[in-house]
Design a protein around this ligand. Structure first.
Ligand SMILES: O=C(O)[C@H]1NCC[C@@H]1O
Length: 334
């Protein structure tokens, strides 16, 4: 019996959202930058992603991270994010887990005093994670901004709807559940997912995105259905993020919280250093988020957003593949 592939991983979760961190066995990813490695992975090493994301070794909503060599001089390491359809450009729940992991594994030396800073080069740019002694992590993402507010989109079955589009390392369409005839607390996740998917497809067809840094960042990653409570309050606001191929984030979505705050800031609904709690509409897990300073992304006014949460270890895994296995590169069941 020949086993010709073996990939080992550390398993974590942040707010219930899994993170499968590759330790060894992944193909070498070529390219001079993290973005180039991302396209190389999609072009020439996609079987490895499907092997550990899809069934029978993963599942429809699995998420992963592969560390790669960084090209940014200040980065401790680079990372590619894996999901059911491909490779995202930013992932907050993964950054929270990777921050803790990097300190625990000694990849970054623990600070003697205060939080340990871990600089992670994501495909969208450099993200700084700050790891507290307790293991809690907060991160400062790349400049986040409102790409467009109140965009009219024709959504089959729902008519003409208004969506906001925010960038938090990835682009999201943001829409209140109410506009879709749904309720964040009462509706089934399946119904929120179906509606969010229709919105994503409609925005992809009808809106052209642009990012000042690279055309590779200019795509819609998903739709976040919210409870519509965007004005600052000491009460949590909840959301469900549906991204990639109908994949449902169990966590409040770090990059989504970043995008939501950028849009709320643009609308004057939240100020600098006003910390807000964001809850997952799937399992009520919590992140906090706040805009910490104004900045720009190219010429676009933007904010740096800090998101905080906590990740936990769930195990380790070793995946093997036998030569004759018909499901070497997995399948998806949705
Ligand atoms: O927390 C986040 O930003 C991510 N979680 C899965 C989808 C997003 O990439």
């Amino acid at each position: 019996m020949q086993r010709d592939v073996m990939i080992t991983c550390t398993e974590m979760h942040t707010g219930g959202e899994p993170l499968r961190i590759v330790e060894s066995g992944y193909p070498t990813l070529l390219g001079d930058s993290v973005l180039e490695k991302r396209s190389y992975a999609a072009r020439s090493a996609d079987g490895a992603r499907r092997l550990i994301m899809h069934e029978p070794r993963g599942h429809h909503d699995m998420y992963g991270a592969v560390r790669v060599t960084a090209d940014h001089t200040e980065a401790d390491f680079g990372v590619l994010f894996l999901h059911n359809e491909g490779y995202s450009t930013m992932c907050g729940h993964a950054v929270i887990a990777l921050g803790r992991y990097a300190v625990d594994k000694g990849i970054v030396k623990k600070a003697l005093d205060g939080d340990t800073r871990v600089n992670i080069q994501c495909p969208c740019g450099l993200v700084s994670a700050y790891v507290a002694k307790s293991g809690s992590v907060r991160f400062h993402s790349v400049p986040a901004y409102a790409f467009a507010l109140d965009v009219d989109v024709d959504v089959p079955g729902h008519g003409r709807l208004k969506v906001d589009i925010g960038y938090g390392g990835a682009f999201y369409a943001l829409i209140p559940a109410q506009a879709l005839g749904l309720d964040m607390r009462k509706s089934r996740t399946r119904d929120l997912t179906d509606a969010a998917t229709l919105v994503t497809e409609a925005v992809k067809r009808q809106v052209t995105l642009h990012h000042p840094d690279s055309p590779e960042l200019a795509f819609l990653y998903g739709t976040i259905v919210t409870d519509g409570n965007d004005a600052f309050s000491d009460q949590p606001t909840s959301n469900v993020c549906v991204f990639a191929d109908r994949e449902v984030d169990r966590s409040p979505t770090g990059s989504g919280v970043t995008a939501r705050i950028a849009v709320q800031y643009k609308r004057g609904l939240i100020g600098l250093n006003q910390s807000r709690v964001f809850a997952s509409g799937v399992n009520d897990s919590r992140f906090t988020g706040m805009a910490v300073k104004e900045t720009t992304c190219g010429q676009i006014p933007a904010v740096v957003v800090e998101v905080a949460g906590k990740a936990f270890y769930t195990g380790t895994s070793t995946f093997t593949v036998e030569d004759e296995d018909e499901f070497k590169t997995g399948f998806l069941c949705n």
